[in-house]
Every structure is written in structure tokens, then in C-alpha cells.
Design a binder for this molecule. Structure first.
Ligand code: P6P
Length: 328
């Protein structure tokens, strides 16, 4: 629903949710870090931030300069917050200890979709907030909580507009950055329709997918003459944050299924700081999120950087594909 009343600033929205003041401070610092990232992303070549960093991360991926810059900005900003006990990042091998007295843990992908940076296609920062489960300094195991334990989750999309999309467990809200550097509420209670007209998957991996995925995609491609009885459109941005945003704004389904290229990996995307926050947002907006065998939010994490297959968006499509896996 479009929000047309007097401008509601992010801090007013946080206050209206009667959040513990501490988590409000955590979110304010996350957003401050993202605003600093946005300034770098926007300038691109003019700030000398494009291209390869010449380093790699624990995922075995070559890092872009902006991956490292975005990560450094968030680590330096968040470790100063008195309410954050520890951080976990796609770009950090292990967790980063912050303030032992902090009540919260923050996990993030500092710049998702970074293969798109050099060609000016949307990228974003994805974040998830957990409660530290005990007193005292954070430990690595503290981060391994199910997605259902999240206290807050969201992303900042550095796109045509810079937008913050956030859930605190009572619906999904979108804020647009104004020219004064303030996030203004522009959409309230986003909703993902149960039926989809668009699907998003990297079709070049077709030959590597499990049979139920190939059968499911073939049915979508068959359109109205096939068993689904309707035509579908396809999108693939190679930036999960952009795909999820499109689904939250106009519906659809996104898939990054397990494939045979590396049978040891259950999927490409990371559970803790990509799949869990995005799955909570989608679920809060009335959609569904599964690894094809169970709801993503119920997966008990075993390691900080574990990967997972992801199917998320329209309830109907997630159900059809999960049913095909069960029947296989
Ligand atoms: P592929 C970006 O690298 C990412 O982690 C997601 O944002 C995106 O959906 C996916 O990988 C794209 O993967 O294999 O199509 O390049």
C-alpha cells in the first residue's frame, strides 16, 4: 500500500513500533553505514571504487573493491555501537567481536550482487539482527540461530532509488532516501500475491539442476498450453537484493536451487546473511521461502557461512516446486 500521509521518517517508524531503544540504535547505525556505502556506490569510477580488490573471501570468491569498502564501513560503524556484541559478514572469515555488554548480533552481506557493480546494475546491503543469547562476550556459536529468531531484517537497495526495506516482525515497510539523506516511508505492509506471473532463475544452470526443478521450469515455459495453464515472464538480474525487491513490489518467485556443479554444496546462497533475512521479509509479506525440503526459517544453522538452496516468493509456486521434490 502506498504511504501518502505526512512524511514518516525512519526514526518515527522505529519509535512507533515501540522497539527496545537498544535495537533502534542498532538499526540506526546499520542505516548510517548503508548511507556511507551508498555515497561510494553512487560515485563509482569517480571515487575509484570500481574493479577488483585483488583479494578473495572465505567463500572462495574474488572480491570487488566495493565489497571490501562496504564491509570495512559496516564493521567500523557497527563495532562502535554499544548495543552490538558481535558482527558476522560474508567478507569476514569468522565473527568480529564488538562490545561484550551489547545485547545484539548483526549479520550482513555488505554488498550483494557485486558482479553488477562495474556495469551499473543494482546492488544492495542485506542485514539480519539476532539477540545475543547470554550475558558476556559474544561467541561464534551465538550466531547459529534459526531464521525464526531474527529481531529485525532488511536490505538497502542501491538502485534507481536508494531504498531501505525493513521488517521488525509486524509487516514489511519500504523507505525511499530523499535528497536530504533521510529515509521516508513510501510503502507500508508490502504483500506478495499468492500467484506469480514472473519467475527468476539462472537458466544457464538448467543441465545441472535436480530433475524436479527441470520439470517445474519446463511447466512454466510451456505457458498456457501446459499444465499450469498460464504464461509466465522471466527475469534474472544476478542480484538477489534486486530480485527480492521486485517480488516484494510486484510479486513473482526467485530460485537458486542446488545444482550438480558442486554436489558438496546444498546451494550457492548463504543461509545466515542472505537467505534468512530475505526469507523473513518474504514470509512477513505473505510469501513463502523453502530450500525445496523445509521452510528456510526453520533450518538449524551448523556454520556461519553455510549455503542453502533458495526458493522464495509466491506461496503457490513455492508449494508446487516443494511438492515436486517430495514426490521425487
Ligand atoms: P549467478 C550475487 O553474487 C549472488 O550471491 C546473488 O545476489 C545472486 O542472486 C546470485 O549470486 C547470482 O548468481 O550464478 O547467476 O551469477
Amino acid at each position: 500500500m502506498a504511504h501518502t500521509e505526512f512524511p514518516v521518517f525512519l526514526n518515527e517508524h522505529l519509535r512507533a513500533n515501540a522497539l527496545p531503544v537498544e535495537i533502534g540504535a542498532v538499526l540506526t547505525d546499520i542505516v548510517a553505514g548503508c548511507l556511507a556505502i551508498s555515497k561510494k556506490v553512487r560515485l563509482g569510477a569517480l571515487a575509484g571504487v570500481l574493479g577488483e580488490a585483488g583479494s578473495g573471501n572465505i567463500q572462495g570468491e574474488a572480491q570487488k573493491k566495493l565489497d571490501v569498502i562496504a564491509n570495512d564501513i559496516l564493521v567500523e560503524t557497527l563495532r562502535r555501537c554499544p548495543h552490538i556484541a558481535g558482527l558476522a559478514s560474508e567478507e569476514e572469515d569468522d565473527f568480529v567481536a564488538a562490545n561484550a555488554a551489547g545485547e545484539y548480533l548483526v549479520l550482513f552481506d555488505p554488498l550483494d550482487g557485486s558482479s553488477n557493480i562495474d556495469v551499473n546494475i543494482s546492488v544492495g546491503t542485506i542485514f539480519s539482527v539476532l539477540r545475543k543469547p547470554h550475558d558476556g562476550a559474544a561467541q561464534s556459536a551465538d550466531f547459529l540461530q534459526c531464521g525464526t529468531a531474527q529481531m529485525a531484517a532488511g536490505y538497502v537497495l542501491y538502485g534507481v532509488q536508494t531504498q531501505l526495506v525493513l521488517t521488525l516482525g509486524h509487516g514489511v515497510f519500504a523507505f525511499t532516501l530523499d535528497d536530504q539523506g533521510q529515509f521516508i516511508l513510501t510503502r507500508s505492509r508490502l504483500n506478495v500475491p499468492a500467484a506469480a506471473a514472473e519467475f527468476a532463475i539462472n537458466m544457464s544452470n538448467y543441465r545441472h539442476w535436480e530433475e524436479p526443478v527441470r520439470v517445474y521450469i519446463d511447466e512454466l515455459l510451456a505457458g498456457e498450453s501446459g499444465v499450469r495453464g498460464k504464461n509466465y515472464n522471466m527475469r534474472w538480474v544476478a542480484s538477489m537484493v534486486a530480485e527480492v525487491h521486485r517480488i516484494l513490489m510486484r510479486g513473482g518467485v526467485f530460485m537458486y536451487p542446488k545444482d550438480a556443479r558442486d554436489p558438496s554444496k546444498p546451494g550457492k546462497l548463504r543461509l545466515m546473511y542472505e537467505a534468512n533475512p530475505m526469507s523473513w521479509l518474504i514470509t512477513q509479506a505473505g510469501g513463502a521461502a523453502s530450500d525445496a525440503r523445509q521452510a528456510i526459517l526453520t533450518i538449524q544453522p551448523q556454520s556461519l557461512h553455510q549455503r542453502v538452496a533458495v526458493i522464495l516468493g509466491a506461496q503457490e509456486e513455492v508449494t508446487v516446486l516443494a511438492d515436486k521434490h517430495r514426490a521425487a
